[in-house]
Write a new protein. Structure first.
Length: 315
C-alpha cells in the first residue's frame, strides 16, 4: 500500500503537467489527497482555488533546499508561465546548466520533498474532534418542526462531500435543559432517508451526538441527501424556537414551524443571524412573522454564517 507521501508525490507530478497552476479549472485537477489537505471542508472555487493552491504549495517549497525549490516552482509555473512543462524545465535547465533528464529527475525529488512537508503539516494540524469531523459540509439544511403533545423536528440535509471515502457523518444538536425539564427521558431519533443507521449518544443533559451511517462510501464532490427525525417526549421538553447555530459550513437554511390546534401561540419572529445566547431570552430580535393557514410559518436564509443563530422563535 502506498504511503500518503507517495500519493502526494504522484499527485504533485500530475499537477505540473501542461500549464501547471495556470491550467483551466485547476482545482478540479487536484488528486484526492492534495484536495483534502488544501481545501479541507470546502470545495474547489474557480475564483479562489488557484491562489489557494499556489499559496499552499509555494509555502511548502520554501523549506526545502533552494535548488529543488526552483525546480518545483518551474514545474508549477509560478515564475514561468510557458504552456508546456518540458519548456519550463528546459529554460530553467539552461540557467542551472543541467540537462533535461537531470531536470526531470530533480523535479521528482522536489515533489517528494514538498510532499513530506505537506504530510508533516497535516499531522500537526490534524483535528479529530468528533463534533466537527472532516470531509463534508451542508449545502442546504431544512428543519421542519411540528409542535404538539410530542414535538417532532425533521431535518433534511443536502451533504456535499469534500474528501473521498466518507462513510459516516457525526454531528450534535442541543435541547437546552432547565429546572423542571424531564432530564431522564430520552428522545426518539430515526433516519427518514439517505442513512442506514443513526447512533444516538447523550453527551450531556442538553447535548446529543449523532453518528449517521451512510448507505455507501462517497467520493469528493458527490452530493447526498440525509433526513433525520427527532421526536421529543413532551411539549415541556422543548424551548420555544426552531433554530440553527452552524458549527460547520452550511450554505443555506430553511425553517418551518407548524402548531397543533391545542397549542397556544403568541408572537412569532425570526432570528436572522444573532448571537446564540440571545435566543434563550425568548423575546423578538428580528422580523415578526404571521401564522399562515394551517397554523404554519416558514422562513429562509440563503446565507448562513458559522457561529450565529438562525431560525424561528415564538411565545
Amino acid at each position: 500500500m502506498s504511503s500518503r507521501v507517495d500519493l502526494l508525490t504522484r499527485e504533485l507530478d500530475d499537477l505540473h503537467r501542461g500549464r501547471g497552476i495556470h491550467a483551466p479549472a485547476v482545482g478540479e485537477r487536484l488528486g484526492p489527497t492534495l484536495r483534502e489537505l488544501i481545501y479541507g471542508d470546502n470545495e474547489p472555487d474557480e475564483a479562489e482555488s488557484r491562489s489557494l493552491i499556489r499559496a499552499t504549495l509555494v509555502s511548502a517549497a520554501e523549506v526545502i533546499p533552494t535548488d529543488l525549490a526552483r525546480v518545483f516552482r518551474a514545474g508549477l509555473g509560478v515564475d514561468d508561465t510557458a504552456p508546456l512543462l518540458t519548456e519550463r524545465l528546459e529554460r530553467l535547465g539552461r540557467l542551472m546548466d543541467r540537462g533535461n533528464r537531470t531536470m526531470s529527475r530533480r523535479l521528482t525529488e522536489a515533489d517528494r520533498a514538498v510532499a513530506q512537508v505537506l504530510e508533516r503539516r497535516a499531522l500537526i494540524n490534524d483535528d479529530r474532534n468528533p463534533f466537527a469531523t472532516k470531509g463534508w459540509y451542508v449545502d442546504k439544511l431544512e428543519s421542519h418542526a411540528v409542535i404538539g403533545k410530542r414535538p417532532r423536528f425533521t431535518s433534511v440535509r443536502d451533504i456535499k462531500f469534500t474528501h473521498d471515502n466518507v462513510r459516516y457523518l457525526c454531528e450534535s444538536f442541543n435541547v437546552p435543559h432547565s429546572a423542571g425539564t424531564p432530564a431522564g427521558q430520552e428522545l426518539t431519533v430515526e433516519a427518514t432517508e439517505g442513512a442506514e443507521l443513526v447512533e444516538v449518544n447523550r453527551f450531556s443533559l442538553s447535548c446529543w451526538q449523532l453518528t449517521v451511517h451512510l448507505p455507501q462510501t462517497f467520493k469528493a464532490m458527490q452530493t447526498h441527501r440525509v433526513g433525520i427525525a427527532v421526536t421529543m417526549p413532551s411539549r415541556a421538553f422543548v424551548r420555544p424556537y426552531n433554530a440553527l447555530v452552524a458549527v460547520r459550513r452550511t450554505r443555506s437554511f430553511h425553517a418551518s414551524v407548524t402548531f397543533d390546534p391545542d397549542t397556544e401561540v403568541g408572537a412569532v419572529w425570526s432570528y436572522d443571524g444573532v448571537p446564540p445566547l440571545s435566543i434563550e431570552e425568548g423575546v423578538p430580535t428580528g422580523r415578526l412573522l404571521d401564522l399562515g393557514t394551517g397554523r404554519s410559518v416558514a422562513a429562509d436564509w440563503p446565507i448562513v454564517r458559522q457561529g450565529l443563530a438562525y431560525g424561528i422563535g415564538w411565545s
